[in-house]
Design a protein around this ligand. Sequence first.
Ligand SMILES: *[C@@H]1O[C@H](CO)[C@@H](O)[C@H](O)[C@H]1NC(C)=O
Length: 395
Amino acid sequence: MRSLFALALTTVALAAPSGDSSNNQKSSHETSKAAYFLDNDPAGSSIVSIRIDESGMLRDSPVRTSTRGNGAIGMNSTGFKNTADSLFSQDAVVVSGEMMFTINPGSSTIVMFRINPSDPYHPTMVGSPASTIGEFPMSVTYSAALRTVCVMNGGAKAGVACFSADPFYGLKPVGPLRSIGKAIDETTPATGPPGSASDIFFTPDSSAVLVTTKGDAGSTPPKQGYFATFPVKNGKVANKPVLSQISDILMQFSITWLDEFRFLLSDPAYGVSILSIAHDFTLTELAHTKIPNEVAICWTSYDPALSMAYAIDVGQPYLTKINPSSGAIEGRINIDKNLVGMFDSSILNDKMYSLSGVNGIVVTDLVKEKQAQFLDLTGFGERAFYQGMAVWPKM
Ligand SMILES: *[C@@H]1O[C@H](CO)[C@@H](O)[C@H](O)[C@H]1NC(C)=O
């Protein structure tokens, strides 16, 4: 267990004039890695930090840091609180450089933390929680080039709010609540998954902000979901989006960028698609991949080092490998079937860290193509509250 006390001892040891102190210093910096998720607790939320060791395993007790606000749990279509995926979203927690962003869905606020590279397990809030102007914020995105963070509100008062992110003063609102019109008609807290908001993302070149909302594959006739695209002009996110639909995409969920102009999109109605965005922001579906036996593929991830994308199913105990050029299925990586499936996920050094279908985090080795660890969190908190997954360092 690496306590503050142990860290203090390390510091003392480094300060002492021992022969190999420079080596110690180097390794202590190189080994500070962390995974984060949001404990979206209606009675008071926190960011949970877990140490990742040299071999990529999760170590020590998870650490809670208050987000100074409350969580909120989405409702299913029969009026019960969702038992997992409380926000129906990807990207509830985002890390960029030494900054981290997340939301308080029950307080309708967004918060910014600074990550200390020598102690990433105790992020410190920068400034105060800022109002998201809407209700039920559920996904965030950050553009380092624009120093701007945007948040999607997925509740009865829905839409996008943007903020300038100052590393010392925190978040300042920029512009109004930007409606996405008929692309969403929700309650607070949101009801879903059908009809709920899913993900928000700056394009890699920061030329637009993209929002996905789900239709309903189970209705008659089936309803298509939407893409809402807000162009960025002169560093400012437009107030009105362009709405678009693609006929064979019904419940667009997560966006994962594959390169500057192409992204992988999940749709729990069939699997995944690869889409491109043109300079005029037109979206084109390049590949439409039906994944056999899928239950609900909601999350996606991409490992540029392995040049492999992953489709993540909440109801199947495996990752489906997706060719990032063609969209073709390249095989499976199995995990323990007692873990049911996987939710929010993030990749660091060819290991994937995923919230599992039961109360814990599964680590998958993407090179050896097998499960490397399951960290049981039953003594720590309530599975229903866990949402989002991010890792540090991440540029
Ligand atoms: C909603 O949740 C309740 C309680 O977990 C469950 O019994 C019910 O089947 C769920 N409804 C739907 C439509 O998933």
